[in-house]
Design a protein around this ligand. Sequence first.
Ligand code: HPA
Length: 236
Amino acid sequence: MPTPHIEVRNKNEIAKTVLMPGDPLRAKFIADTFLTDVKQFNSVRNVLGYTGNYKGRRISVMASGMGMPSIGIYSYELYKFYDVENIVRIGSCGGYTSDVKLYDVILVKDAWSESTYAKVQGGYEGNIIEGTPELNQKLIKAANDLGIPIHIERIHSSDVFYRENPDKYKEIYEKYGCVAVEMESFALFHNAKVLGKNAACLLTVSDNLATKEETTSEERQNSFTNMMKIALELAE
Ligand code: HPA
């Protein structure tokens, strides 16, 4: 410590549970909107990280950046070098079916991916990795207590945002049962697994490949509060 990508020297400045939005400004939004007694612990590459209190309980929030290489780096450093136990990704996703509507919240049961991340990182040959069931149970309870409906589903973790074949999603939905696409959870779940830690992922539907609906980036930054409130209940 510090690590190549996180500058704080004292691991006590990061809570045991870290929420990870992709966007650094979303991390700042969460700290500004929901936390008290906030202390910023990272600004390397503008990947902002904060620790504060939510309803009197401690929690951290730090951005992951976009894609598996990026969340792979940040989650590994937090787990391995800063003794973080739980990481909850809170991100956006693109729906693969009209069954998931704009702004619906999905708790990722497991992530299917054609990515080589897990194979290269640790020799894992499979295509599906699940989130930590105990963490998922806590998030399900928090969602129920808050009265926020959630889907519990398999999603696609993709390395590619712009595909040459834009209809490929139909096959991935039908063959593997992925209801939406994002770009990080397969790597996060893999890192948690190899390091004996806990990971979960909540997603808000920001666009839908089947219905062609989409939200604006401004709406995305400010309106994903349901997912944030569920995840913040893990503060301890
Ligand atoms: N593809 C990949 N990741 C995403 C998408 C998408 O369409 N929407 C939000 N995250």
